[in-house]
Ligand binder design. Structure first.
Ligand SMILES: [Zn+2]
Length: 194
């Protein structure tokens, strides 16, 4: 590394900042059932800063690699109200979405049935009936409050991810008996792999 005398630690600080700025996106490990963090309520985000945007980019990278259509911060072990989504089809251009402090303001009266999976519950799917449309309020990447009307798969995925921020999972839509069976299966798997 090239160093100059006489400039003190200024150089070192510049160097660290430059490294951080050019740091590529990174894939993060996804937390799976029965990790208790998945049941915790995530805290609101008070400031949109570089660290938060970097986390959002890392979450997008992690989601695309999985692959999945949505990911909440709790699923990478961070209890903050941050969600990323992309419901564009395989043939379409990617449409990455970042929602900070997302809040569902209104839900439509019609419902939509969709077989949902969850990156935190591998190889498990369940048909869930949810409102087919909604209005979401959130903070965008620039720190501005926004509203979005969503329907179809996007509305389903938003509800799924906002559930995560409140510690709610798709297995909660099952009967208690079926839910226990799924949880038991994952506990057994976790014991077998550790
Ligand atoms: Zn999920």
């Amino acid at each position: 590394m090239h160093t100059r005398r006489g400039t003190g630690c200024g150089d070192a600080i510049d160097h660290i900042e430059r490294v951080a700025y050019f740091r590529p996106m990174a894939k993060m490990p996804i937390v799976t059932l029965p990790d208790p963090i998945l049941r915790k309520v995530s805290s609101p985000i008070e400031r949109v800063d570089d660290d938060l945007l970097r986390l959002a980019d890392d979450m997008l990278e992690t989601m695309y690699a999985a692959p999945g259509v949505g990911l909440a911060a709790v699923q990478v072990g961070v209890l903050r109200r941050l969600v990323v989504l992309d419901v564009a089809g395989e043939e379409e251009e990617p449409e990455p979405l970042v929602f900070i402090n997302p809040e569902i303001v209104t839900l439509g009266s019609e419902t939509r049935l969709h077989e949902e999976g969850c990156l935190s519950i591998p190889d498990f799917r369940v048909e869930i009936e949810r409102p087919a449309s909604l209005t979401l309020s959130y903070i965008d990447r620039d720190g501005n409050p926004r509203e979005l009307d969503a329907e179809g798969l996007l509305a389903t995925a938003i509800q799924h991810e906002v559930n995560h921020l409140d510690g709610k999972l798709i297995i909660d839509f099952l009967s208690p008996l079926k839910r226990d069976m799924v949880v038991r299966k994952f506990k057994k798997q976790a014991r077998a792999t550790t």
